[in-house]
Design a binder for this molecule. Structure first.
Ligand code: NAD
Length: 280
């Protein structure tokens, strides 16, 4: 029987990771957009992978549970890749919090209840969460530990306390990092690991929407002036995921890895430093 892998988000980052580690495994690929899902599943199956497209909405626990049940038809779930998400130019504050923050938290929780011994997972946050100023220790604890159904009731996530969609996205991605830390403790009890990658600007449909959105010039400047001097590729994110999902990372769990061409460093200590206080 093949090992079973759940992949959420039929996007470029998910596909690059799935192609790197999914060969010979049963891949259940979930996306809300079935055009994307069927397209990516076909590209992969035409290249010899065994991919099952599945309609799912990351913002719904019911939908996540349905995807888990589908994957379990093929055996015990051993791998999770969470690359579904929406960006600040694609969605409202509410949708970003529901998909990127709540949905990811529920997915990590539910897969963590059934993940196989020796299994591992990787979720995708963002460098964007690193540019936001530090939260208090109490706020970090709340993001990490609040029961999933109460998360969106936290004061710091109430609509009146979220400035705009970028702020919502940054809170969601910060929350992803904290949930990975909290969940990895539970995953560890099952003999499984969980990590996170925070990519910088990676050329994908999501990033292209950002280039064409209200912050397009900001992002173009960011990759031009970051130490790498260019945007990254989904395959470069997959390089990190391949390590994290392999036995060579057996001592790595609960970690977030920046993969941003140095943009975060440039933002704090280099040419990308904001000139006006509060600019992001
Ligand atoms: N591309 C970048 O520059 C970049 C940078 C940092 C972080 N990220 C993160 O990487 C992840 C993957 O993005 P990508 O760049 O591969 O984008 P992408 O546009 O190629 O893929 C994202 C996929 O997620 C799906 N999706 C959106 N909402 C969903 C929902 N509610 N349920 C299920 N699927 C849903 C979309 O339909 C799409 O197929 C996202 O979480 C994004 O925030 C991307």
């Amino acid at each position: 029987m093949k090992e079973v892998m759940i992949v959420t988000g039929a996007g470029q980052i998910s596909m690059a990771i799935a192609r790197r580690i999914g060969y010979g495994r049963k891949i259940v690929l979930g996306d809300k957009n079935m055009d994307n899902c069927n397209t990516i599943a076909k590209i992969m199956n035409d290249a010899g992978f065994d991919t099952e497209p599945f309609e799912m909405d990351l913002s719904s626990r019911e939908s996540i549970l349905a995807m888990i049940a589908k994957a379990q038809e093929f055996g015990e779930i051993k791998y999770l890749v969470n690359g579904a998400g929406v960006s600040p130019s694609q969605a409202s504050v509410e949708a970003i919090l529901k998909v990127d923050l709540y949905g990811t938290a529920v997915l990590l929780e539910e897969v963590g209840k059934v993940i196989a011994n020796g299994g591992c997972g990787v979720t995708i946050s963002s460098q964007s969460g690193w540019r936001m100023p530090q939260l208090t220790a109490k706020e970090d604890f709340q993001l990490a530990m609040t029961p999933t159904e109460e998360l969106l009731d936290l004061d710091i996530l109430k609509p009146e306390n979220i400035r705009d969609t970028l702020h919502a996205y940054q809170m969601a991605k910060r929350c992803n990092e904290k949930r990975v830390m909290a969940e990895c403790v539970k995953w560890g009890k099952r003999g499984a690991r969980l990590n996170d990658i925070a990519p910088g600007i990676i050329v994908t449909p999501l990033a292209i929407d950002e280039f064409n959105g209200p912050r397009g010039d900001f992002y173009k400047n960011m990759f031009a002036k970051c130490p790498a001097g260019r945007p990254g590729t989904a395959d470069e994110v997959a390089n990190v995921a391949e390590l994290l999902m392999s036995d060579r990372a057996a001592f790595i769990t609960g970690s977030t890895f920046l993969c941003d061409g140095g943009a975060t460093s440039g933002y704090f200590y280099g040419e990308l430093r904001p000139t006006e206080k509060g600019a992001i």
